[in-house]
Each structure stands twice: as structure tokens, then as C-alpha cells.
Design a protein around this ligand. Sequence first.
Ligand SMILES: Nc1ncnc2c1ncn2[C@@H]1O[C@H](COP(=O)(O)OP(=O)(O)OP(=O)(O)O)[C@@H](O)[C@H]1O
Ligand code: SF4
Ligand SMILES: [Mg+2]
Length: 324
Amino acid sequence: MENTLLDIKNLKVWYRTYKGYAKVVDGINLFVNKGEKVGLVGESGCGKTTTMKTVLRVLDSKVATVPEGEILFKNRDILKMKYNELQQVRKQSISMISQEPTAALNPVFTVGSQIMDIIRYSEQYKDYSKSEMLSLAVKTIKDVLIPDPERILNSYPHQLSGGMKQRICIAMALVTPRELLIADEPGTALDVTVQDQIHKLLKALVEEKKMSLIMITHSLGVARELSDRIYVMYAGNIVEVAQTKELFKNPLHPYTLGLMECVPRLYGGGISEGIYGYIPDYINPPAGCRFYPRCPSAMEICEKEKPPTVSVSEDHKVACFKYH
Ligand SMILES: Nc1ncnc2c1ncn2[C@@H]1O[C@H](COP(=O)(O)OP(=O)(O)OP(=O)(O)O)[C@@H](O)[C@H]1O
Ligand code: SF4
Ligand SMILES: [Mg+2]
């Protein structure tokens, strides 16, 4: 569609291991419209980071392989792009905030030199003088609510707190104009107050710049706050997708219902029992529905066949035999 910015179709990603292929991402479909904020929610190890690193083609090709699928960015398949075209997408169109800010920042260069490098090599600012570039770096640091930008620009990453490093990563992702921001659980290692500030800041900046956002998170609560539409992912499959309001009003997939149970309530309801069991082994995953070993509603067919994705209303889809 004309309004679609990113369209992932039937994407599969496997890792080579000494025991065989780990079939992590198992044919997912996901799209993001222009200016839309989308949440990608699922528990640890379900393949969120793997999917999004494949979008930017930053997985090690010696280890990871993509046996099937398309990643259309403005109708061009990222998986088929030549290096120069791919670099243009990385430099001008899509940026990603890493899950680990410490690993994302180079420890031997100051924050200032790392931000200046991004500005220097971007198309948009190629005619800027050095002082204009410096002013832009200072403004970018101020935008992420750090009050003393000059000191920060001259600091090395180890001289900053975790919250500051996360803000610097946001600043680096937004210093040049982009169409899509992929935020991989920013703030996950921080205390809840700082985490909340980071999420609010991110939302405000994305809305101000009219960008699209993919917000990766473990938490349905965070996704609810930041997204217009939510994809629920389990063991490399999208099991449910709906507009945020609709998903909370009418959750359908047994895994989504389990995640909802895990959201703490202020009043009543007691302590949630959570979801029993673990993500399956990706080398020998269950033959049918990957949620089968943990599903309280499992039926005979679920063990043998993979559930197809069905539409229950215009924007609400679910992959479960209960609704087939
Ligand atoms: N280089 C690799 N080689 C083999 N397996 C890998 C590799 N990288 C990731 N995996 C496996 O792929 C699966 C999905 O990992 P991924 O990091 O995509 O999950 P995630 O949903 O982002 O989890 P989290 O929420 O903890 O960040 C995990 O089982 C992980 O062990
Ligand atoms: S397809 Fe079957 S096992 Fe899978 S979630 Fe639905 S009911 Fe549970
Ligand atoms: Mg991850």
C-alpha cells in the first residue's frame, strides 16, 4: 500500500549452530505505516532483536541465514539491496537504538566525536561548517534532556550513567532525519522511573519529527503507552496483531491472554500465575503450534499442524486453531 513504509513478508531467520539450524524467526509478517507507532511484544528469546537486526542486515552472515522472506522498505527489498543502496537506507532512512547502550557506544572515543562522525558523514549536513556541526551536536544532546551538553560531548562513555548512555543512544539515532526508528527495549536495564522518562522522551521526539516507530518490549504495559498497533510475538511467530485499544479490549490468543495476566494490577486479582514453561528449543521446535507445550487451551490438531493466521476483524488477526 502507498502508506506502508516497511513491509516484512514471510521472513525466516535461522542461526547455524553445532547441533544444526536454530529456526528462530519462523515466517513472520509485519508492516509499519508512515508516521505509525508499532509495538513488538514478546518474552525474552522470542526473536524480536533477530528480526529487527535482519531489517538492517547487521547479523553476522557466517552465523545467520535468511532462507525465505522479503523486507520491503518503500517497496524495495532490503534483502536484495547492493551494499551502496543498503548504506543509504542505514544512513538516511532507518536507525536503531540498541538494547545495550554500553555495547553500542565506542569506549575509546568521546561522545562528541561519535556524534560528530554521524553528522559529518550524513548527506543532509554535508555542507555544514565545523561550528554548525558542533551546534547541531549540542542541540541534539539538549533535545534528549541532558542539561550540560558541553561536558557530555567531552566525556567518554564510561564517565556516564546508564540513563545518560541510553539518552545519548537516542540522540545518535535521531541526530540526522530518519523515517523509521527501531527502538530495541531502550531503558530495559534502568530503574523504572528513568525508564519511564526515556519512553516519554522517545514518544515525544518521534511524534515531533513525524517518524514511524517500532518499539520492541517485553511489556504489554509499555507497548500500550507507546504504540498505535501491537504485534504479539511468540517463539519466532506473530501470534496476534491488533490496534492497541482493540487488543486490550478483546485479547484472543492464549499467549496474549497469559501476557495480560502478567500485567500487575493495583487493586484485587491476587498474584498472577504467569505463563507456565519456557520458549521451545529452536533446533527441534514443536511440529505444530509452537505454543502447544504451554497452552492451556491446546487441542489435538495443535500438536501436528501450524495454525494459520485468520482475520477476526479488519485490523485484528490471530494465529490459533480456536479461531479457525
Ligand atoms: N548468534 C546467534 N547464534 C545462535 N543463536 C542465537 C544467536 N543470536 C541469538 N540467538 C538465539 O535466537 C533466539 C532469539 O534471540 P533474540 O535476541 O532475537 O531474542 P529477543 O526476543 O530479542 O530476546 P530479549 O527480549 O531477551 O532481548 C534466542 O534463542 C537466542 O539464543
Ligand atoms: S493453536 Fe492450539 S496450542 Fe496454539 S495457541 Fe491456539 S489453542 Fe493453543
Ligand atoms: Mg532482544
